[in-house]
Design a protein. Structure first.
Length: 206
DNA sequence: GGAATCCACGGTGG
DNA sequence: TCCACCGTGGATTC
């Protein structure tokens, strides 16, 4: 059992303020990435609550000559479905308020992924399904549990940016980011514990 | 030498 | 009808 950090002791569990604490990276081509470290207070306890309370599904997909297990566990909360913890609802409300100008619509869905260890991963992709090729959208990701590397690179090739996402960190991809960039969480040989990624998106975006 | 990264493979679904 | 999507494992690079 991990001890909460000293930093966490002063704040009630749940989302912290976003004002003035976000580091924005302008990526070019109309894309930006915001990073807010330690956005969720009480991340250790929230991680453990979600691991045990969420109904995690293992997905399988045909891949060439066989059917493989998708290398992570997932759970999806569509529009109108209550999130599994009030702290997630609070985080969503805070994000909707802070990004109301860029967003213009609710963050109607929440996707949860559980990366059990370094062998779990997600390949390069953009969250563009369901949106026109010219439409911007915004995706907010909260990280809980073990620190994992998050990679971002321009579509069509180019140098990739790396962000090590630690427990409680918030990463927001906005503007044209989902169309002009793609992201991944690569496998690693390092010993690494489980991590949960919470992804808030507008309806229709996957 | 070990770990990270790159690449090609092809069925599926939008 | 067409094409973007995506996990694996071997090759290559770091």
């Amino acid at each position: 059992m991990l001890q909460p950090s000293l930093l966490e002791l002063g704040d009630p569990p749940g989302p912290r303020s976003l004002a003035g604490s976000i580091l924005r990276h302008e990526l070019g081509r109309g894309a930006f990435l915001d990073l807010r470290r330690a956005f969720l207070a009480g991340a250790t306890e929230l991680f453990e609550a979600l691991v045990s309370q969420v109904t995690w599904r293992e997905e399988r997909r045909p891949m060439y000559d066989r059917v493989v297990a998708v290398p992570r566990l997932v759970s999806f909360y569509g529009p109108g479905r209550a999130l599994p913890d009030p702290r997630l609802e609070a985080a969503r409300a805070l994000l909707e308020r802070h990004y109301r100008r860029e967003l213009g619509e609710p963050l109607a869905t929440a996707g949860l992924c559980l990366y059990r260890d370094g062998r779990d991963s997600v390949a390069w992709h953009g969250d563009t399904i369901g949106r026109g090729a010219s439409e911007d959208t915004l995706v907010a990701i909260c990280s809980l549990g073990a620190t994992r590397r998050f990679l971002l690179r321009p579509r069509g090739g180019g140098p990739s940016l790396a962000f090590d996402l630690a427990a409680g960190d918030l990463l927001v991809m906005g503007g044209s980011c989902q169309r002009t960039f793609e992201h991944a969480v690569p496998k690693t040989c390092r010993p690494v514990g489980p991590r949960i990624s919470l992804q808030f998106r507008p309806a229709g975006v996957r």
